[in-house]
Write a protein that binds this ligand. Sequence first.
Ligand code: ZN
Ligand code: ZN
Length: 457
Amino acid sequence: MNMDKAMELGQHLQSRHLLTAETRCSQSDLDWLEEKGLVIRTPSIERKANGLICCRCGVTKNRYFAHSPCDKCQKDCVYCRSCIMMGKTTECGFLYEWTGPQMEEACHSELTWQGDLSKGQKRASEKLIEAIKHKSDLLIWAVCGAGKTEVLFHGIEYALHQGMSVCIATPRTDVVLELEPRLKKAFQGMKIAVLYGGSPHQIAPLVIATTHQLMRYKHAFDVLIIDEVDAFPYSIDERLQFAVLKAMRKKGVRVYLSATPSKKMIRDVSRGQLEAVKIPLRFHQQPLPVPSFQWIGHWQKKLKKNQLPPKVMNWMQKHITKKRRVLLFVPSISTMKKVTKVLRKHHLNVEGVSADDPDRKQKVQQFRDYKYDVLVTTTILERGVTIANVQVGVLGAEYTIFTESALVQISGRAGRHPDFFKGDVFFFHFGLTRSMKQAKKHIVKMNDTAEKEFSEK
Ligand SMILES: [Zn+2]
Ligand SMILES: [Zn+2]
């Protein structure tokens, strides 16, 4: 080991928080680095007065910890079950942090994107630059289809010019993969790191990552943009909130992007504890389609007999004869399979997708290319997917999986294209729920806000 080799390792280690196995170093290398003060190691699981804490993912509840015979310490050793999909943290193990010099890569960070921003986008874009300048957190509350990615461009450019490191984190790999080409096009020639489960490690001043990958970072980012803050699993997952705080540099700025912020976040805004900027109007300046409700009785019983309620069938047929595609959301994978089968029996040109379908990207693309008239889906396509000229139905909207925010997002799939802004949205149900009513109210309110702003100017 020598200093040159150490600096090379530092490229891999800096800003990160890694298990021994993730450092790519032998134990003797790590010991050398530690002796020279270039890394520090801390226990990966700590024993506190009131119990255990996993220092990588932050969980403290007993149910997350288990024992197993350990090869390293030859004892029955505690490990964390909560973050085990990212490698095992054990009571006898350590997490490593680079404390040597920070190596900055010369970065070319010119924004090559030259598109126009809508009035709402422009205001949010300016607010974002202000937030980065003054290091204050910001919520960008933008309706589905407002074009929130473009809102980020000038802020990112500003931050990179100041030598800040920027990360966009989002819960879903699908969204990471959709953002990658858009950002690469906006910042042509710039190095962008793209991180998700199974991707190789890269360093770059701009990182796009799944929220899970944040667990592997410590004091890494000056600007951390968290997309779809309300989306599963971030909102219900304290682990990821812990990871967000850990991955931020001191005095870092958090930027939340959402169409449906949580109640807590809205409360923070109204109390003046969080800055917010709203974009109530879509990029094409047309209001959001407002959902209609349709009671369809005990549809599960019908489905068992390989039938769908006539109201649902007629609604679909109406659109198909007008050459419009239908995106039909259902509450579960088994329902998706059954409904797809029934529709095929009725000679409809239909395909079904769900989270565990390895071909789902391809199927969605084929649906975009008009290969199918109907795509039956679980909530997996609830967000991040843009399909022109699509009508949206929810079968079984009374199911608890269809929360207010899920229904707002689902409704937001319709009418996104400027040429087809009048999308049809129907919630087919066996009993109205609070979530359904709130979702509708949410959409109507956003449209009202947009209208008010419009008439003021
Ligand atoms: Zn052990
Ligand atoms: Zn853990």
